[in-house]
Design a protein. Structure first.
Length: 220
């Protein structure tokens, strides 16, 4: 059972988050300000930190910066500050996701589960999906136990899809994560890479296009 730290200064919203996460069978510890959060982190081995930005004493950015000095625990920023500037600053501190309030609790639970799944793959050598296998250290791809040549970007896109099979990975998220916020070129570059990946995976159709949104791996 994953242990989650919820850092939120609004007592009502903090209780709401705790109740929903506990209803999904997560263990939850809460903190009301930045200093309390940092003190609690030293005492427990958390699987995820759900972090507000506008906190007393030390804001969320400060908490994340200090946390990253000696921890790679996954961090989701959950805040009312939704500008691109705020999001970029968060991702520059190596957060795992940035969610803008208000957000439905159902969607939040899906995002929490997705980040925890991705974190679980860190440190493993291989990731598999049906007859596809990724070697995460050697950056190689095999299909039906035969090696297939993939470019680095193709490998990274396939990895993103394989980490959350059955869930949509948006085109925008791929651009931001793999090309960076500085990318201002043709967004169809993702479509081109997906087309090449499909050819290399063979005749069986694994990747489903969600028109106008992105892609997902079909659950066979």
């Amino acid at each position: 059972m994953a242990l989650i730290l919820v850092v939120e200064d609004d007592p009502d919203y903090r209780e709401l988050l705790m109740n929903f996460l506990e209803s999904a069978e997560y263990k939850v510890i809460t903190a009301a300000d930045g200093i309390e959060a940092l003190e609690i982190v030293r005492k427990y081995d958390f699987d995820l930190v759900l972090l507000d930005l506008m906190l007393p004493k030390i804001d969320g950015y400060g908490v994340c910066e200090l946390l990253r000095k000696d921890s790679d625990v996954p961090v989701i920023m959950l805040t009312a500050l939704g500008s691109e500037e705020h999001q970029v600053r968060g991702y520059n501190l190596h957060i795992d996701d940035y969610i803008t309030k208000p957000v439905s609790m159902t969607l939040l639970l899906h995002k929490v589960a997705a980040v925890l799944r991705r974190a679980a793959h860190i440190g493993t050598d291989c990731l598999s999906y049906h007859n596809i296998s990724l070697n995460l250290k050697g950056y190689t791809v095999s299909v039906n136990k035969k090696n297939v040549d993939f470019t680095l970007k193709e490998f990274e896109i396939l990895l993103e899809l394989m980490q959350t099979p059955g869930e949509v990975v948006t085109r925008q998220s791929l651009l931001e994560k793999l090309w960076g916020y500085e990318y201002y070129g043709d967004t169809r570059i993702v479509d081109t890479h997906i087309k090449n990946i499909r050819k290399k995976l063979g005749e069986e159709e694994y990747i489903e296009t969600i028109r106008g949104v992105g892609y997902k791996l079909q659950k066979h």
